[in-house]
Design a protein around this ligand. Structure first.
Ligand code: FES
Ligand code: FES
Length: 163
């Protein structure tokens, strides 16, 4: 079946088996390997991407369901000059990354949270990342990183949505 979608602002098109999962479409067909596969069963959140503005676990979505969708993956975050996105910078500065396996999914879930809530409490943050498991750092520094990026947003709240 044909799949046509926009990923990180660029058009992609290919033919896939109907059973192909979105995470494999991204990684294997389009070489967007920043989206990780942890469990392949919808539990770990490593494969989280934004699809039409909402987080999805891409191992739980068929590639054909992404037809005509707008997808954002971790590759859409860094600037072309290699500059880190404020969320990525906050994770690095707050030691919220160890092996980095969970990080792309954490960053996408953080972005989704901050689009809806510019001043999240600790419990808002913990609820927002409840579907993202980290086996290395624990969650204290991840929550600290998310709080710090929320605190540094511009007053109009636009600084992250427009990236
Ligand atoms: S790989 Fe998709 S939730 Fe774990
Ligand atoms: S940093 Fe290793 S799983 Fe989160």
């Amino acid at each position: 079946m044909k799949v046509k979608c926009r990923i990180n602002g660029e058009n992609y098109e290919t033919e896939v088996e109907p059973r192909l999962l979105l995470v494999h479409l991204l990684r294997d067909n389009f070489n967007l390997t920043g989206t990780h596969i942890g469990c392949d069963t919808g539990h770990c959140g490593a494969c989280t991407v934004l699809m039409d503005g909402k987080t999805v676990k891409s191992c739980m979505v068929l590639a054909v369901q992404a037809n005509k969708a707008e997808i954002m993956t971790i590759e859409g975050f860094s600037e072309r000059d290699g500059e880190l996105h404020p969320i990525q910078r906050a994770f690095a500065e707050n030691h919220a990354v160890q092996c980095g396996y969970c990080t792309p999914g954490m960053v996408l879930s953080t972005h989704f949270l901050l689009m809806r809530n510019s001043n999240p409490s600790d419990s808002d943050i913990r609820n927002a990342i409840e579907g993202n498991l980290c086996m290395c750092t624990g969650y204290v520094n991840i929550v600290k990183a998310i709080k710090s990026v929320a605190a540094s947003r511009e007053p109009d709240g636009q600084s992250l949505e427009n990236r």
